[in-house]
Design a protein around this ligand. Structure first.
Ligand code: GRF
Length: 219
């Protein structure tokens, strides 16, 4: 019997972070096994990528549920249960989740966000970073709590904002870091190395960051 954490990746779009997680999990030694890619839109491009990789996929369309988020989540929960999922990685999943759902998955659901939280929660993070004139930008992996983009931070990676950057160039630089950071953070979670202390995430086996490192693995 497999001891790897049975993980679902939830997507709404292209799924490049999903692809990074699938690539990491293709190694049998990786502590998470991706048992399901679940999308809330049938046209999510990531679904085809997951199917190509031989990963089971499912679609629970959110639109027909309208404002009834609890009913939508109940339908998702049925899929998650059917696949025996114990860990969730949100990867570009564009629906706000209710307290009921986040509570049920407390400590077992991660998200990746394209900013150095708590700066720039929400949408359009790269445009807002450029408008604010920050010199460092980046991405964060955090545990999901009811407040959007507010949960305990597990790991962050920073990139410089360069003269002449526009939204696209900055987004691409951040995305390359997302693809490195998320597989590392999910591995810690799946291996049971993450605990919460005073509302903060502590990673047991994370290497200490060096003075020059821009990637802080959450110690
Ligand atoms: C990423 O920038 C992620 O941080 C954010 O949504 C985007 C999803 O991109 N939550 P992809 O679908 O993983 O390519």
């Amino acid at each position: 019997m497999s001891l790897r954490a049975r993980t679902a990746i939830l997507i709404s779009g292209r799924g490049s972070n999903m692809a990074a997680l699938l690539a990491a999990a293709a190694d049998p030694a990786y502590p998470a096994e991706i048992v399901l890619v679940l999308a809330n839109r049938a046209d999510a491009a990531g679904l085809a990528r997951a199917a190509e990789a031989g990963i089971p996929t499912a679609v629970v369309e959110s639109r027909p549920f309208g404002k009834d988020r609890a009913a939508f989540e109940a339908a998702m929960s049925a899929e998650l249960a059917r696949h025996g999922v114990t860990l969730i990685a949100l990867a570009g999943f564009m629906r706000v989740l209710t307290e009921g759902f986040t509570g049920a998955w407390e400590g077992r659901m991660l998200n990746i966000h394209p900013s150095l939280l708590p700066a720039f929660p929400g949408l359009d993070t790269h445009a807002r970073a450029l408008a604010a004139g920050v010199r460092l930008h980046g991405c964060s992996v955090h545990l999901v709590t009811p407040g959007v983009d507010e949960g305990p931070i597990l790991a962050q990676a920073a990139v410089p904002v360069l003269a002449g950057d526009d939204e696209a160039t900055l987004a691409a630089r951040v995305l390359a870091e997302e693809h490195r950071l998320y597989p590392a953070a999910l591995a810690w979670m799946a291996a049971g190395q993450v605990s919460l202390r005073d509302g903060r995430a502590v990673v047991a086996a994370a290497p200490a960051p060096t003075a020059t490192a821009l990637r802080n693995p959450g110690c």
